[in-house]
Design a protein. Structure first.
Length: 88
């Protein structure tokens, strides 16, 4: 019984630690709403995800008008789309 409680406590601690280490946008970045608007302006018709990356950009994926799934990166400060590639 004690081992089960210890495992439960350790698992909970690891989950909380993972959330604390999640990437967050920088204070001088464009907002997530602006990043979504930049992606739409770049031709994305359906966005599936977008998240902050510790390397200084918003990273996401979505469908373009050709109906294919792409991964993209948007510079966190300038809002420029800096990478687009087909998702395998």
């Amino acid at each position: 019984m004690h081992a089960r409680t210890l495992i439960t406590l350790l698992t909970g601690s690891l989950l909380l630690a993972g959330n604390a280490l999640a990437d967050r946008p920088g204070s001088d970045w464009i907002s997530i709403e602006d990043a979504l608007n930049k992606a739409r302006a770049a031709g994305y018709t359906e966005l599936h995800k977008i998240e902050a990356d510790h390397d200084g950009y918003w990273e996401g994926e979505g469908l373009k008008q050709d109906g294919r799934l792409y991964e993209f990166r948007i510079d966190g400060k300038s809002g420029q789309v800096i990478r687009e590639q087909l998702e395998d």
